[in-house]
Every structure is written in C-alpha cells, then in structure tokens.
Design a protein around this ligand. Structure first.
Ligand code: OXD
Ligand code: MN
Length: 618
C-alpha cells in the first residue's frame, strides 16, 4: 500500500464525523463464503437472520484477503480513515458515536434463572423476559445491512483451556477488531468440528441505531450466550473479551474448576536466566498494559520483562500449581498517556497495523493524543471530528480512546505465549489507584489472607466506564464489572482453588499512585516498578527481607533495590508507611463493603477481616 491519495487526504480533512452504521456490502466471489460444517452453528445463524432480516450473510474466514477487502469497504463507507502510510503503516482511525465511548455498566446484565445466582454486584434480569425484550429490538434490525458471522477461539490453538465462540455482528469495525483481538476464522471452525453437542459461545451483536436508550449488554451464562445491542464501543461489542473471556468465562471457570481473571500475565527473567511468571489484577485503565510491558531501569541491566497478556488470564491447576494462558490475541489499550517515556513497547506495538478509536488526527494523517511524545500539533481534528488547536478547551483524544493491536507487534512478547499448558505462576498481585492508605507493596500472610486483599481491593474510578471519574470504589479482584455470577460464590471459588494448590503463588498488593501531603505522587512508577517486582520475585525465591506488620509482610527501604532511584528517602519511607488513622477508615470501609453485599461473603473472609482488625488492636 502506498501513501494515501490526495483525494483521500482531502476527504480525511473534510470529514467531521464517522459512521458506525454502514449499508450492506457485496463481496466478490470467494469472500464471505466460509460457511462452517457444523449444523448447530448454521441453524443458529439462520434463526438470527430470520429475526434480524439482513440483506446478506458474510461468513468470515479470517484470511488476509478477506481483511484487505473489509478494510477497503470500511474506508469507502466512512467507518475507518486510513492513516498516513509512511507514519503509521497499515493503520486506521475509527471515530465512534460521541454517545458511545466506554463500557456501560448500568445496562450490562447477567440473566440467570434466579437473581441470587447473579448476586448483589450485577444487574439481573429474568432470561425469558430479557430474551423477549432483545428479540423485539432485534426484529428487522439488520435490514439493508450485512450480517457478519465471526468464528473465533479464545486461548492458544492447542490449549485445553481454549474456548470457541461465534459472534454475529452488523459492524465491519467489530469484524476488523476481532481479527486483531482473537484468533479468528478457520482455526475456530476446525477446533469446533462437526460435533452438534460441542461447547461454544453464541454471541449476537447489532448496532441497532446506536441509541443509548436502546443499549444493553446481556449475558446468559446457562446458555453460553451473549446479546449486545445499541453500542459500537469495543468493551461492549468485542464479545470475546469482557463478555466471553470474563463474564461467561468466570461462570464456566467455577463450574469447570478453573479461573478466569481480569489480570495481566508477565515473565521476569534475572541476568542468570531464572524466570518467574506473575499475574496482576488492576482495575480498568490502572496501568496493566504498562506493567505487562515494563522496561527495567538502567540499574537492572540484564533483567528482562516479557508479556504473556495485558488484560485477561485464564488459569488452571496442574500438579498443584497454577498455570496461566492469555486467551486473547491482541491488546485493546487506553491510548492517552502512552509515550516512549511511559511505555516504549506499547509505542512500538502501535506504530503499525493498528486500529485506533477516538484519538485525534493530524493534518498529515498521523494520530495524536494527550501525553504523546513531542509537542502537540498546531492543528488537528479531534476525536469528534472538530478542529482542534493547543488552545482548545476540549481534549483532542477522548480519555478512553483505544488502540487495538496484535500481540505479535509487541517486541517484549514472551516466548511461551502460545504454550497450550500455560506458564507457571509464582505470584498474584492485586492493586488499585489509591491516593492514600495503601503502601507501595505488601505481601499477604497466606492464600486466604491474599483472597481477602483481593476481595477488599479498591480504586479511584477511571474513564474506562461511563460515570464519575476519581471516586474510590471497591472492585474485588478488579472483577466487579466482570464477574458473571454471585460475587460471594466467586470469593468461595478462590478459597476452594487455594485448597487444591500444593504449590500456591504468593499474593501481594501494590499501589503506584499514593500521594504525599503536597498532592504529588510519591513513586515514579513505570520502569521503576521493576524495583517492586524484584522484591516480589525475591520473596518467591525466599531471598527477600520483610517486616511483619498488621496488614501483611512489608519491605523496609533496604529490602528494595533503590539504587540510582531519583526519589527522596523521605518519600520512600512515606510510601511504605502505614497510617493507623487511614487504616481505621479503610477497615470501616471494608466492613461496609462486605455488609453491602448482603450476607454472601464467605465465613473465611469475615474471619480475615476480624483478624486484621485485631492486629490493629481494634
Ligand atoms: C478494558 C477494561 O478495556 O477493563 O480492558 O475496561
Ligand atoms: Mn480490562
């Protein structure tokens, strides 16, 4: 592909908005014809077509030829803008409807036969009622549009954990994104085979008219089914990700004895070649991608951090140990703040073959966002399609603007990312965005104490979901918006998993975001988080020192490798400290949270809370 033609560039500059909804396409022979042999799939697709009445059905095969064709169509239909080929090769910009820029938790439902199964943290609806309501909305919804059928797998092709899904959608953007985010096409058709009774996920997505009053993201765990309507935003419509890999995934995991978690997976290798893998659960937009791609500071010459996954971990027990796979094939990350300073590996990953959503477009066809390296452009087109200059009051890129990029773009990709059995996990890290209370790092006394740390985790809210930003909310294991069943049963599942482990990972809590009295961050974060990771690894190898505190094992400053760190000793003391007054408030908030769950919290965790209070002499 050469640089964009002059007419294309002019069209780019004149374009003030983009379309989510596009009319039907007419593919040439040999494209869109990959109908699978499995009759259960064909019957289901026919049923959905009868209901939604599309102009035609496009059976995706996931091939490069198909992708090129769809990219061309998406450009012609103003669904995508081709970026400057020299600056960001083979990359595109999509602008979503401004009313549709984040996950919408208040209209996300778990539809189980009883409300109790969905539990106190989920919106619940009776499945029959919800099916009726959604079917009403879907009646004729794809008239004049193409209905795409996307076969995909989640997990490495040869993993026992891998699941098959089919997503039906009327959005080309979804098809193009799914090809990045999942292993899509024939690989899934082959894995499913022609067994009529095989387990696979049925996902139906329609943009409808992208009206927020007709927007619902609904999960039917007992049917292994998802229906999402009225949105085009990734987290709501790439049904593989939050919907299947986490909500339905967590339900299946409990039933089948494994774990589906909102966690990054990384490898850390010492200069001597000793390697550990850790998983970490941080709430949305709290730096999972940055941590998963960390580049150690100069002082850690010879240490290497490699990425297995940046958002989701599926874990199984083998020989008494937890092993993790990344079910995804790509990264769907927050763009603003990404720079060569904060995350060079992410910058290299998104330098080509990337699908951007809601970032700004420069006049020469490049992308720009707040926090990108270098000076802002003198003029750009903002995420809504309006003129933007550095004097504009509005942000050029939406705070939740995203990239979708294949994981194989990542220079730090772990060599075992495709290993079917997964990678063995030495440590589990929980963390959140907390301005106060939570020290930089501490270690749980044992598994159940660690489960308590996860269950009481909290974080200041971000732009990843609609709603107020910056409020502390409890987000157990970073799964509050993603646990597909009763949170009390989920906590119990964690405790039960612990009982089956003979070589269990150690559990830690981290907080990169604590602020001093002057309101400034106490810790530089990013690459320097290697210092914390190193202590965690030392603890796993039984070489790291720690002090016993009421909240867990805490490093003292000399237990951390702080050489060449540009931070005042006073700040290090402050960030490792426990403020008893803040902890009294925290304990009360944890108690209030458990109480708010209405009696579902397992006895073991209630006991953990009492032990913690007793250690504070309360
Ligand atoms: C995400 C999220 O997009 O957690 O990963 O919202
Ligand atoms: Mn996430």
């Amino acid at each position: 592909m050469g640089s964009p033609k002059v007419e294309d560039r002019e069209r780019v500059n004149q374009s003030t908005f983009m379309k989510d909804i596009a009319p039907a396409i007419s593919p040439p022979a040999g494209i869109g014809e990959a109908k699978p042999a499995n009759h259960a799939v064909i019957d289901w697709v026919q049923d959905v077509a009868k209901l939604t009445q599309p102009e035609n059905i496009f059976w995706c095969d996931g091939s490069g030829r198909e992708n090129d064709y769809l990219l061309g169509e998406a450009g012609r239909q103003d669904v995508l803008i081709k970026l400057n080929e020299k600056k960001v090769p083979r990359s595109y910009l999509h602008r979503s409807n401004p009313n549709d820029v984040a996950r919408i938790e208040q209209f996300t439902f778990i539809c189980t036969p009883t409300k109790k199964e969905a539990g106190p943290t989920n919106n619940w609806s009776d499945p029959a009622e919800m099916y009726t309501k959604l079917h009403e909305m879907l009646k004729g919804a794809m008239r004049g549009r193409t209905m795409f059928v996307i076969p995909y797998i989640m997990g490495p092709p040869d993993s026992p954990l891998t699941k098959v899904g089919f997503e039906i959608t009327d959005s080309i953007y979804v098809v193009l994104s799914m090809r990045i985010m999942t292993r899509m096409g024939n690989v899934a058709v082959k894995r499913l085979g022609d067994d009529q009774t095989a387990e696979w996920n049925r996902g139906v997505h329609s943009l409808l008219d992208v009206d927020p009053t007709r927007r619902f993201i609904c999960h039917f765990p007992q049917d292994n089914a998802i229906i999402s309507v009225g949105s085009g935003y990734g987290g709501n419509v790439l049904l593989s990700k939050k919907c299947l890999a986490l909500r339905i995934g967590s339900y299946l995991a409990r039933k089948q004895g494994w774990m589906a978690e909102h966690m990054l997976i990384l490898g850390v290798e010492s200069p001597e070649g000793r390697k550990h893998y850790v998983v970490a659960a941080f709430p949305s937009a709290c730096g999972k991608t940055n941590f998963a791609m960390l580049i150690p500071p100069k002082h850690f010459e010879g240490w290497k951090v490699t990425t297995v996954g940046d958002d989701i971990a599926w874990m199984q027990i083998r020989d008494g140990r937890l092993y993790a796979v990344n079910p995804e094939n790509g990264y769907f990350g927050v763009v603003p703040g990404t720079s060569y300073k904060s995350n060079p590996n992410a910058m290299k990953s998104i330098a080509h073959d990337t699908l951007y959503t809601n970032v700004a477009l420069t006049d020469d066809g490049d992308v720009w966002w707040e926090g990108k390296d270098g000076a802002p452009p003198a003029h750009a087109t903002d995420w809504r399609g309006n003129d933007w200059t550095p004097d504009s009051k509005e942000k050029a890129a939406h705070p939740n603007s995203r990239f979708a990029t294949p994981m194989f773009n990542n220079p730090a990709l772990d060599v075992d990312v495709e290993k079917g059995e997964g990678v063995p996990i030495s440590a589990i890290i929980f963390g959140g965005r907390r301005s106060d209370t939570m020290p930089l790092v501490f270690q749980a006394f044992d598994w159940n104490h660690g489960v308590y740390l996860g269950a009481t985790m909290a974080s200041e809210t971000t732009a990843a979901a609609t709603g107020a930003v910056g409020q502390v909310r409890r987000d157990p294991m970073a799964m509050l918006p993603f646990c597909g069943y009763n949170i009390g049963d989920y906590f119990q599942h964690w405790i039960d998993i612990g009982k089956r482990l003979t070589n269990s990972p150690l559990i830690f809590h981290v907080n990169w975001f604590r602020k001093g009295a002057d309101g400034q961050f106490l810790w530089p974060g990013f690459g320097d988080n290697m210092r914390v990771l190193k202590w965690i690894i030392d603890r796993c190898a039984q070489t790291g020192g720690a002090l016993k505190s009421p909240i867990g094992w805490l490093p003292s400053p000399h237990d951390l490798d702080l050489a060449e760190l540009d931070v005042a000793h006073k700040s290090v003391i402050e960030i490792l400290g426990i403020d008893h007054e803040e902890w009294q408030t925290e304990l009360a908030a944890q108690e209030k949270f458990f109480d708010s769950l209405g009696g579902v919290v397992p006895e073991e965790l209630m006991k953990q809370r009492e032990h913690l209070a007793a250690r504070f002499g309360l």
